[in-house]
Design a protein around this ligand. Structure first.
Ligand SMILES: CC(C)(COP(=O)(O)OP(=O)(O)OC[C@H]1O[C@@H](n2cnc3c(N)ncnc32)[C@H](O)[C@@H]1OP(=O)(O)O)[C@@H](O)C(=O)NCCC(=O)NCCS
Length: 332
């Protein structure tokens, strides 16, 4: 990741304007290793959530120097009453009462999300031990969708080093959040994934994937992808967006020449929109496990502040990279 186009620019951006990131699982060894690296580099200040004594004990046991990290324990947080009142206000449509809010805020995921909401931190990275749903749900409820977006979605940035030193970089969405996106949501997912890919140096060529290439197959699912591609193109005529198309037509110039010779995207697609989370989640993992791509994400898109989710199988290097990616997505 360190050589990837875009990553160095993210670090430069943070060096000019350092940020604060909250880690909801402060005792986790992988989080502590990443936090110790960040503390040594001064462009991203970690806040570790958890009991101070447990965090320091774990750090000593694991041999990480986390001196200088801000540690916030929800059970001892001095502004807890203000946070409880704020959460009740934000969730008043759900009739949230202080007792329920207080209970939720003892959990690192809700507490950390409120730290971002209240401006104590700029961004959040969680999910080393929480499931995706448990990391993302508080963010959806509290941070909410950005104006102009109807859903929060996600994409994976897939990176494969090459012998020439030039990495192959792809964007894939939505492999992690929206289970059955409709046409409008798919159009939004495509645009968000294309814009996210640009940050990583991708010049987006967006393919809406299907089992059919420009009408070779028929059915509701084919029409959905075709219509979604048309909607995305109408929303962003500046982007190269086409579909529906099969994956082989999307990536193989030879297949594209046979199946759809007039397409400007087919054969060269680098941004993929999957019809649903089943296809997307399976698809990115095939690229990762059989295609030797490193997977960065899911990067959540369309939310009011950057909150990202780690895979529970992540390592410290991935935590470090995702922390930088997450903080670099803070709107200036
Ligand atoms: C993301 C996810 C957790 C949300 O589902 P949920 O917890 O059942 O959420 P709910 O439907 O109860 O909605 C909770 C809130 O989030 C909002 N929300 C849900 N999905 C949203 C989306 N995609 N964009 C914006 N807001 C969303 C709801 O409107 C609701 O807001 P409200 O409480 O203010 O009314 C769910 O879609 C999910 O499990 N996705 C798959 C996650 C996963 O397992 N991924 C695979 C591993 S990477």
């Amino acid at each position: 990741m360190a050589n990837m186009q875009g990553f160095g620019m993210m670090i430069d951006k943070l060096k000019k304007n350092p940020k604060t990131i909250v880690f909801t699982e402060g005792t986790d060894a992988r989080i502590q290793e990443a936090a110790s690296r960040l503390l040594a580099s001064y462009f991203l200040t970690p806040i570790l959530v958890g009991k101070e004594s447990e965090i320091y004990e774990a750090a000593e046991e694991n041999g990480y120097n986390i001196r200088g990290a801000k540690i916030l324990d929800p059970a001892k947080y001095e502004n807890m009453e203000e946070m409880v009142a704020k959460l009740c206000e934000l969730r008043k449509s759900k009739n949230m009462q202080p007792e329920e809010a207080r209970k939720l805020l003892l959990q690192g995921n809700y507490f950390g999300t409120m730290l971002v909401k209240m401006g104590v931190a700029d961004a959040l990275l969680g999910g080393a031990t929480y499931s995706t749903a448990d990391t993302v749900r508080p963010a959806l409820q509290i941070i909410k969708t950005k104006p102009g977006h109807s859903v929060v979605s996600s994409c994976f940035i897939m990176v494969r080093p090459s012998a020439t030193g030039e990495n192959e970089v792809l964007a894939m969405g939505d492999c992690a959040i929206n289970i059955h996106p409709n046409e409008d949501e798919l159009a939004e997912i495509a645009i968000c994934a294309a814009d996210c890919g640009k940050i990583f140096g991708v010049d987006p060529k967006v393919a809406f994937l299907s089992y059919s290439t420009f009408g070779s197959g028929a059915g509701e699912d084919v029409e959905k992808m075709r219509n979604a591609a048309a909607k995305a193109k109408a929303m962003r005529p500046d982007l190269a967006i086409e579909g529906e198309m099969q994956f082989d037509a999307a990536v193989s110039p030879r297949v594209a020449r046979t199946k759809c010779p007039d397409s400007e995207v087919a054969g060269h697609a680098n941004t993929f929109v999957f019809p649903d989370i089943n296809a997307g989640n399976i698809g990115y993992k095939i690229a990762q496990r059989l295609g030797n791509f490193d997977a960065y994400g899911p990067i959540l898109l369309g939310m009011n502040a950057p909150i990202n989710d780690l895979s529970r199988g992540c390592n410290a290097e991935e935590v470090y990279s995702m922390a930088i990616i997450t903080a670099a997505l803070v709107d200036e």
